[in-house]
Design a protein around this ligand. Structure first.
Ligand code: ADP
Ligand code: MG
Length: 223
């Protein structure tokens, strides 16, 4: 599902956010990306998600060599294969849960009526069937993250990328979010989760540890 070869990312300074990273993730894996702040976790996730391009190295995702694709082709790749969840939810403030989730299908070319129908079904799947017309300000943190997960899964992605999805949540809400990610993985989705939480990392089958832009440990690797 994911293959990084010699992937580096250098910012002016220079800041070496990633240094020649090799990483292979098979379809159906569930892995934690761990490491101290500034170690390159978000950078690697954004490169896998094609939201950022490496300075050097090659990236294959879902059978495509990402470096060979235009921005429009990358948008299509993301729409067809990927879902994203972020620490601070990234929901549109003025829009209700159904519209926020339906936006996950905008770039997949799905009509408005079907977007709403599928958004409702996705919200029911994450246990929010009773919050369909609530706006983000009318939802708890845990509920907002479940809306974000519904938006990520509504397109039936092969790959779900989550950057600190429990980082802004209380323990109980975080547990519900992790249960949802486990369920998605059990249904066949490859899931990569950045986490600072050692208990969460320990609960996942594979843990890739970054330090100073390099992978320093890869425990439980199955690929
Ligand atoms: P993490 O997610 O592990 O906290 P990041 O991947 O966000 O780390 O960042 C890795 C390093 O790259 C850090 O030193 C960070 O300051 C730096 N960095 C990330 N993005 C940029 C950028 N756009 N410009 C300059 N430096 C950046
Ligand atoms: Mg980060």
């Amino acid at each position: 599902m994911i293959e990084l070869r010699g992937v580096s990312k250098t910012h002016p300074g220079p800041v070496h956010a990633l240094r020649a990273v090799d990483l292979t993730v098979g379809a159906g894996e569930l892995l934690a990306v761990v490491g101290p702040s500034g170690s390159g976790k978000s950078t690697v996730l954004n490169i896998i998600g094609t939201l950022d391009r490496p300075t050097t190295g090659t990236v294959h995702v879902a059978g495509h060599e990402v470096g060979a694709l235009s921005d429009a082709q990358l948008s299509a790749l993301r729409a067809r294969h990927m879902g994203f969840v972020f620490q601070h939810f990234h929901l549109s403030p003025g829009r209700d849960a159904v519209d926020n989730v339906g936006d996950g299908l905008l770039y997949a070319g799905v009509g408005a009526k079907e977007r709403r129908a599928r958004a409702r079904a996705a919200l029911e799947r994450v246990g929010l069937g009773h919050r369909l017309d609530h706006r983000p300000t009318e939802l708890s943190g845990g509920e907002k993250q479940r809306v974000a997960i519904a938006r990520a899964l509504v397109g039936e992605p092969d790959l779900l990328l989550a950057d600190e999805p429990t980082g802004a949540l209380d323990t109980a809400s975080g547990r519900i979010v992790m249960e949802l990610l486990h369920e998605l993985n059990a249904a066949g989705t490859t899931v990569c989760v950045i986490t600072h939480d050692q208990d969460i990392a320990d609960s996942l089958p594979r843990r890739v540890r970054f330090r100073d832009g390099e992978i320093v440990d890869d425990a439980g690797v199955t690929a």
